[in-house]
Write a protein that binds this ligand. Structure first.
Ligand SMILES: Cc1cc2nc3c(=O)[nH]c(=O)nc-3n(C[C@H](O)[C@H](O)[C@H](O)COP(=O)(O)O)c2cc1C
Length: 247
């Protein structure tokens, strides 16, 4: 069939977006993307295509960084290697091996943050029946973390350890861009400090030089929306608690 000259054909990609406009990942504006992202802790087993992961990481490359230093280095782990890494992390945990994080764990929290952690733990206990103040629950959570919450792929973010805390700030921006890009594409993520607990052993396993700092792990995959844990939406403090106008 001939197309009249003044009629433009809709490119296939746009046509698909129109057809699937209600499908997860399509037609999301930035504010909606920020507000609807949430940590995902149960995933469908099917792996995310490499091209899609590449697209998400490529988008995150556009994060700002101090003097455009772009201090991030990214590893994506999957398949047998991911299983082996999880096995190693669980074994270290079970043995009670001392942790070896590159960024030391906080020794305590100021009052405001303590209150917010308490609030998180209480609402999780109320909604999901699991209390993260119970050592047995913490252990189970650490094991689930070590297994990337069942995600088909895991992302590990590194940077050179000669970089200062300023560059850790950049890593946070990178991680958020990555998670928002993933969410916009219908993928789920969860940032995981737990995945950095055994940084020394993890780097040895991955053959990453000790001069690299393991900053954060992120599990990524297709969210299993039926799981109650993925229906647990955290709250935020009121704007008035954070924002002060000075005029
Ligand atoms: C730096 C960082 C480390 C985190 N580490 C973990 C972790 O190890 N395991 C986990 O399940 N969630 C972890 N989280 C997720 C937070 O618990 C979560 O972001 C927070 O409760 C807010 O919930 P939301 O992501 O659903 O909005 C981490 C988040 C950040 C930013």
């Amino acid at each position: 069939m001939m197309c009249p000259e003044n009629v433009k054909l809709i490119p296939c990609e746009i046509l698909l977006r129109i057809i699937y406009k209600n499908k997860e990942g399509y037609k999301m504006d930035t504010i909606e993307c920020i507000k609807t992202r949430m940590s995902i802790r149960k995933f469908k087993p099917e792996p995310v295509p490499k091209e899609l992961l590449q697209e998400v990481i490529e988008a995150a490359l556009w994060s700002p960084s101090y003097k455009n230093t772009q201090p991030w280095e990214v590893i994506i782990i999957s398949g047998k290697k991911k299983e082996e890494l999880s096995k190693m992390l669980v074994a270290l945990l079970e043995k009670g091996e001392p942790m070896t994080p590159d960024i030391p764990e906080p020794k305590g929290w100021p009052e405001a943050q303590k209150r917010r952690i308490d609030d998180l733990f209480s609402s999780r206990a109320k909604q999901l029946g699991v209390d993260l103040r119970d050592p047995a629950v913490v252990k189970a959570a650490k094991i689930a973390n070590s297994r990337f919450y069942g995600a088909p792929q895991g992302i590990l973010l590194f940077q050179d350890d000669s970089l200062t805390p300023w560059s850790i700030f950049d890593m946070g921006l990178f991680a958020q861009s990555l998670m928002l890009a993933a969410h916009a594409k219908g993928l789920g993520t969860v940032p995981q400090a737990f995945l950095t607990d055994y940084a020394k052993q993890t780097k040895e396993f991955l053959q990453i030089p000790p001069s690299k700092r393991l900053v954060l792990g992120i599990s990524i995959g297709y969210p299993d929306r039926d799981e109650p844990i993925n229906q647990f939406k955290t709250n935020r403090v009121a704007l008035s608690e954070v924002l002060k106008w000075i005029e």
